[in-house]
Write a protein that binds this ligand. Structure first.
Ligand code: DC
Length: 231
């Protein structure tokens, strides 16, 4: 069973998706982390982001692995480095690139094979797993999301003024929504959850209830075989 969680930056997707996966005993996939790893690799190699061929080569040259809770770039743990503000600012160069998207989407689908999965990003319920059994769209106000990001960076030892984060976030929201391929859109069959002023635990509880209900519902649905037998 695939559960998708999409939404804008700072809506709480990663934390919610991780906890939800733990409670359900499902695997967890943070697709934003994959885009971040490629951006970090590009920053480290001093890539010219305007060189589309070089960016396409970059994504094919990196080895991305998840070793829960760490993410590895060519074997190195980069879980902290990919959250640094420089990486966040650079990530659009890879997220906008069609070859990068195609490659990462293919890795995401491979990862899902044979698993029960909670996956989060921007395009999971629309483009990557349109047939997912349970889809959520997590949202929160721009102010609330920026506050969370400032707090998150502070924990990581980076002090960035709230106004700067708000401005960067506005830009990233616009880029994420306007991206022709894999842009941020709510799937027609997704359930929208507003996380403003609601604790993470409450959000996770609510999602867990909905997923469990869906699992029961699917278990009770006649299979193609049993339908054939009745005719
Ligand atoms: O969720 P995040 O902030 O870690 O994502 C980082 C960037 O990666 C985000 O600005 C847009 C991009 N992204 C994407 O284009 N598609 C995804 N499925 C996930 C993230």
């Amino acid at each position: 069973m695939i559960v998708t969680i999409d939404g804008p930056a700072g809506a709480g997707k990663s934390s919610v998706a991780k906890r939800l996966a733990d409670r359900l005993g499902y695997d967890f996939l943070d697709t934003g982390a994959m885009y971040r790893v490629v951006a970090l690799a590009g920053l480290r190699s001093g890539i010219d982001w305007d060189d589309a061929d070089a960016v396409a080569q970059l994504v094919r040259s990196v080895d991305i692995r998840f070793e829960d809770p760490r993410i590895l770039l060519n074997g190195e743990d980069v879980s902290g480095a990919i959250r640094a503000n420089e990486t966040t600012v650079a990530v659009r160069h890879v997220a906008d690139h069609p070859d990068v998207r195609q490659h990462l989407v293919s890795l995401q689908r491979q990862f899902a094979v044979g698993r029960n999965l909670v996956t989060e990003g921007r395009d999971q319920g629309t483009l990557v797993f349109p047939g997912a059994a349970c889809k959520f769209f997590l949202n929160a106000s721009a102010q609330e999301r920026a506050r969370r990001r400032v707090a998150d960076l502070r924990v990581r030892g980076q002090e960035v003024p709230f106004e700067d984060i708000l401005r960067q976030q506005q830009r990233r929201d616009d880029e994420d929504r306007q991206r022709p391929l894999g842009g941020l859109i709510m799937a027609a069959d997704a359930l929208q959850i507003d996380t403003d002023g609601i604790s993470l635990d409450r959000v996770v509880q609510r999602l867990e209830q909905i997923v469990r209900r869906r699992v029961e519902q699917l278990a009770g649905e006649p299979t193609a075989d049993s339908t054939d037998n009745q005719s």
